[in-house]
Design a protein around this ligand. Sequence first.
Ligand SMILES: [Zn+2]
Length: 286
Amino acid sequence: MSGDRDVTVCLTFDFDAISIWVGPRHSRSPNLIARGEFGEVGANRLVDLLDEHGVPSTWFIPGHTIDTFPEVCARVAGAGHEVGYHGYCHEAPSSKADEADERALLTKAMGRIEGLTGRPPVGHRLPGGNLGERWARLLLEYGFSYDSSMAPNDFAPTYCRLGDVVRTDAAYEFGAEVDLVELPFDWSLDDWPYFSPEPHHDGLRSPNEVFDIWASDFEFVYRKLGTGVFVLTMHPQCIGRGSRLLMLERLIAHMKAHEGVRFRTMAEVAAEFRATRPLVTATATG
Ligand SMILES: [Zn+2]
């Protein structure tokens, strides 16, 4: 029976465009920059596709992309898609020298998103690096609702923690949960390793093969778990090419054909999780 199924699909797009090549990769190669530039073409196609199928989505857009490609970013926001934080020029937080630099980065990149959508972002995805404690505390201070950079549970939201203690002579010590929701991100549900040719991985996989992997993971959530959040991470410069875009269209139609499946933004999912499973903070009793 499928009547009791409640599965949420979050289509997410990291619109890195040129920022990933000239920022963390330090490249000035016209060939690589062209790959990033193609992201604008891909993003326009994606906005059309999402509109055609009536599905909401979440875009993590670096400020550099908003400044470089304002028209298509305005199309994304104008179509009602959520826009979340992804650095200014795709910086890992750990690349900043100190907290003052991190605050300046947050203010600059968040300001670009606020200029685009009229409000500050509530969603955050690391453009590389790790979610360190100092950065996580800043995300809480700056009003973020959720992060989507790791997956302690592959198909369910969790709360981030602060104060973990790494021990090798005894059990790992988990810190306290904080009011920052973690929505799953995993490389197996990301188009970059499959579709971005790099020296260390193939990157030219068949769209049919990737359809099989993603559809099988979706089937697992739907049939075995019955409830969950299925998060796909894609990049317009990867997924925006013809055969891959057709594969995504086929996957959207496949998932929509299942009863009890909803497409939602990550902000909606995080808000619902927080409402249904409120954070329990340790309080002194007496
Ligand atoms: Zn990125």
